[in-house]
Design a protein around this ligand. Structure first.
Ligand SMILES: [Zn+2]
Length: 139
């Protein structure tokens, strides 16, 4: 089952919705997420971790290329299932720097949410540009 089916109606848009065809290359998916200010949710952890970091390196002195969060799900559907319903399971486990956070925090501070096969959820910081770090620090 596609990951999108786990999300409340209207809350998740697949890249297929935006792109003209299936099989949109990963770098293009990241660019679309940036342009449309969307959080990326994927079970392709290895490739997307790399693509997101590569995209962030484009940040320069005058340009922000911060993304809006990345959620890495386990590959196996049975492993994914333990994190849904979303609000009660995955959202309830979101913690960063000792406090409870929500999806708006993930989006605002460009956080990486990793849901592991064993049911654990870890949150860490993806790269942010100097401007965002200064103007909108995580508190
Ligand atoms: Zn920025």
């Amino acid at each position: 089952m596609h990951l999108v089916h786990w999300f409340p109606k209207g809350r998740a848009k697949t890249v297929v919705t935006h792109a003209r065809q299936r099989g949109t290359p990963d770098p293009e998916v990241v660019a679309i997420a940036f342009d449309t200010k969307r959080t990326i949710v994927t079970n392709n952890s290895k490739d997307y971790r790399r693509e997101v970091l590569a995209f962030s390196r484009q940040s320069g002195r005058a340009r922000c290329s911060d993304l809006f969060g990345l959620v890495l799900m386990p590959d196996d559907e049975a492993d994914q299932r333990q994190f849904f319903p979303l609000q009660r399971r995955l959202t309830a486990k979101l913690r960063y720097r000792g406090r409870k956070i929500d999806w708006l925090d993930v989006h605002t501070y460009n956080l990486l949410v990793q849901a592991d096969r064993d049911g654990r959820v870890s949150v860490s910081q993806l790269p942010r540009c100097a401007f965002c770090e200064r103007d909108l620090p995580f508190r």
